[in-house]
Write a protein that binds this ligand. Structure first.
Ligand code: HEC
Ligand code: HEC
Length: 302
């Protein structure tokens, strides 16, 4: 497989490599002077007023080291890829090496993964060895969004708090990781107007007992009943089938301040949990789902 966009680069790189090796050979060969018979002469240049040099040949052992590196390079280019597109005699590629290592790792870990895949998720979730494997997978594939401790960040849900956008039972968590999720809160600023959004934001704050302007909340309630209940439910408790959050609890994906709620409602939110089906495959997802469930179970116990 060639990474070059045109043949030109193949010839260019090959030409450069061959020329530089040839140049090194020429330089070395032309400096292999023998010690001249007769008295050692001085070079005719003088530095720093008095500094002069004898005209000795370079030490042999040192020259041979240079030759050695050159022969090594030639051998290397013969065996390994390096001359443009030429593959090298032994057919090594970095992709091949990677696949080889992956295959070895798969052979090594497959029995372990398979063992867990056959077990019920809830049983895997309390297995310490499986949790340790799940944690390593989580740190590799999930921590950049959900945090190393899985506590999330603004826009990225906390997975340890027992509060779920889509549901925390084994099958749902697994489905979330396999197929990803798309959270869409529509922009309703246009429908409600600036004042209407503020009213509804105050009503939302009242749902979880936060400080609010009760006059505004009163007006906001009507707007909520018209525009929000389809997804967040008549009591604002959310809908896990849509990933619409419960607005009556103290858990916030984006934030509970009036300004943040105003921003959420007027501009909407688009959020995406990536699909992991093809990247990870079922055995790893099984372990990850068990790890996530284990996290929130441990939290419950505290
Ligand atoms: C690119 C960022 C990103 C990565 C990587 C990521 N997630 Fe997510 N994840 C999200 C976002 C964003 C959401 C919320 C989606 C929404 O709001 O609808 C989410 C939601 C979830 C949920 C649903 C939470 C709930 O309350 O229902 C679970 C479970 C989850 N992620 C697990 C994982 C696991 C396990 C991994 C690693 C394999 C992972 N995520 C990797 C961004 C990410
Ligand atoms: C079409 C369904 C739908 C409608 C209609 C809808 N929402 Fe949402 N809302 C969602 C979804 C889905 C999310 C989660 C977005 C995400 O995952 O990023 C959300 C998120 C929110 C949040 C953020 C909560 C947090 O934890 O930070 C607030 C606040 C909110 N909605 C308020 C409202 C209000 C007020 C209305 C009516 C004016 C409304 N929503 C109408 C689906 C909807």
């Amino acid at each position: 497989m060639s990474d070059f966009v045109s043949d030109f680069w193949h010839y260019y790189v090959t030409g450069l490599v061959v020329l530089s090796v040839a140049f090194c050979i020429w330089i070395l060969a032309s400096n292999m002077t023998r010690r001249s018979p007769g008295p050692v002469s001085l070079h005719d240049h003088i530095w720093d007023e008095t500094l002069q040099e004898y005209n000795h040949p370079l030490p042999r052992w040192w020259m041979y080291l240079f030759w050695l590196t050159l022969f090594f390079a030639i051998g290397y280019y013969f065996l390994y890829p390096g001359l443009g597109n030429l593959p090298g005699k032994i057919g090594w590629t970095s992709v091949g090496q990677y696949q080889e290592e992956m295959k070895k790792a798969d052979e090594q870990f497959k029995p372990i993964y398979d063992k867990y895949l056959k077990q019920d998720l809830l049983a895997v979730a309390v297995d310490p060895e499986a949790q340790a494997m799940g944690q390593r997978l989580f740190l590799t594939y999930c921590a950049q969004c959900h945090g190393a401790d899985a506590r999330g960040a603004k826009g990225y849900p906390n997975l340890t708090d027992g509060d779920w956008l889509y549901g925390g039972d084994a099958a749902t968590v697994k489905a979330t990781i396999v197929g990803g999720r798309q959270g869409v809160m529509p922009a309703l600023g246009g429908v409600l107007g600036a004042e209407g959004v503020k009213d509804v934001a105050n009503y939302v704050r009242s749902l979880s007992g936060l400080a609010h302007d009760s006059l505004r909340a009163q007006r906001g309630k009507d707007a909520f009943m018209q525009n929000c209940v389809a997804c967040h439910g008549p009591e604002g408790k959310g809908n896990q089938a849509l990933g619409a959050p419960n607005l009556t609890d103290r858990v916030w994906l984006y934030g509970s301040s009036e300004a943040t709620i105003v921003e959420t409602v007027s501009k909407g939110r688009q959020n995406q949990m990536p699909v992991f089906k093809d990247l990870l495959g079922e055995p790893k997802i099984h372990l990850l789902a068990a790890y996530v469930i284990g996290l929130s179970k441990n939290q419950d116990k505290q």
